[in-house]
Design a protein around this ligand. Sequence first.
Ligand SMILES: Cc1cc2nc3c(=O)[nH]c(=O)nc-3n(C[C@H](O)[C@H](O)[C@H](O)COP(=O)(O)OP(=O)(O)OC[C@H]3O[C@@H](n4cnc5c(N)ncnc54)[C@H](O)[C@@H]3O)c2cc1C
Length: 417
Amino acid sequence: MTRFSAFALVKNALTGQKGWEAQWPDSQPKQEYDVVIVGAGGHGLGAAYYLAKEHGITNVAVVEKGWLGGGNTGRNTTIIRSNYLYDESARLYDHALDLWEGLSQELNYNVMFSRRGVLMLAHNVHDVQSFQRHVHANRLNGVDNKWLTPWEAKQFCPILNIDQDARYPVLGAALQRRAGTARHDAVAWGYARGAAARGVDIIQNCPVTAIRRDASGRVAGVETGRGFIRAKKVAVSAAGHTSVVMDSAGVRLPLESFPLQALVSEPVKPCMPCVVMSNAVHAYMSQSDKGELVIGSGTDQYTSYSQRGGLPLIEHTLAAICEIFPTVTRMRMLRKWGGTVDVTPDRSAILGKTPVPGLYVNCGWGTGGFKATPGAAHVLAWTVAKDEPHPINAPFTLERFTSGRLIDEAAAAAVAH
Ligand SMILES: Cc1cc2nc3c(=O)[nH]c(=O)nc-3n(C[C@H](O)[C@H](O)[C@H](O)COP(=O)(O)OP(=O)(O)OC[C@H]3O[C@@H](n4cnc5c(N)ncnc54)[C@H](O)[C@@H]3O)c2cc1C
């Protein structure tokens, strides 16, 4: 596979751009694999990449019902941060952030990781107390996070409205300077290219309809729209549809699937140097490299697999955005879309082994799993390869919902983008 380099760019520029090859082959399913991964989002593709690269397991298929990256990976607003409250979360998301920083070089694929800083606004006394608690907890965990006064927040993001008579007054903000954004499609494409180059089959348009178990109860393979595929191990990374797929193996998961929406404005010149999140009103905004303002909303009130959300959510979000950034009031919105997010009761992921031997799950990322992509994929690959959790994902078990050892980021932050 051609390595991307300045030399390759110049060579192809001079030869009519004819030298670029397909980034990954469109594979046909084989009868049997060592590992089948269900879902070609960033998490599934990343796990396949690390299985091949770090554990030498290359007889792997990633089976996708639609197109690669067409799930939440290609639909999110790309916020990357690691300033979560609990030790377990801080370790996991900071592991991901460490990997983000070298990912373009690792994959030889520009994922456009931009460390532009994420500002989380506090609008009331509860927010102030909660975010200051996060700042202190993060520092104890070696995660950068800093408390800013309203004026300091405005200096960091000049279009922010800090008028104290505003509908949502800014009483301060927590800033993670190391946080930022990345190009979501490129993450899926980069991992797909890297995995395929190491021998992984990526099979698109192939829905998994059931997981089959043998007489001993161990996983035997997956039923798909293109026939049965035998597998020694199966890892399910199917986001909003995980509970349906896992149900077919007799594993019930504490997940609810909700639509989550985002939208972008017409492109404008650079005006927004960072990401701003307002958890209390469920509105957040950044600016893409194309110039569009990328705006995110909260989850719908009702469960659904529709991949489109209700209008009231968008109206509420835009009303809040106009209050917080009055300068955008007259802009036009270009398009909106939705994804189906899988939400656990404590808003933390389930990542590890299941009661079925040979079956692994990576789900429950809800509204905030893009930022975890490299870290989650990395430890999922470890777990599948060694049949034991990596120390980082050891607390993120399914059993915590019966033992009560929750990782309650829901109570900590109320939002998890
Ligand atoms: C609007 C929106 C905004 C978001 N914003 C952020 C953000 O700013 N920051 C952040 O960190 N996170 C964000 N998220 C969440 C984030 O996108 C997800 O947590 C993350 O992308 C999940 O990655 P994944 O690879 O697990 O899932 P996905 O990318 O959804 O991949 C799962 C794949 O499984 C496939 N699949 C499902 N069922 C089957 C089946 N039966 N057979 C075969 N394949 C199947 C799907 O087609 C899909 O391609 C947002 C999500 C949405 C929807």
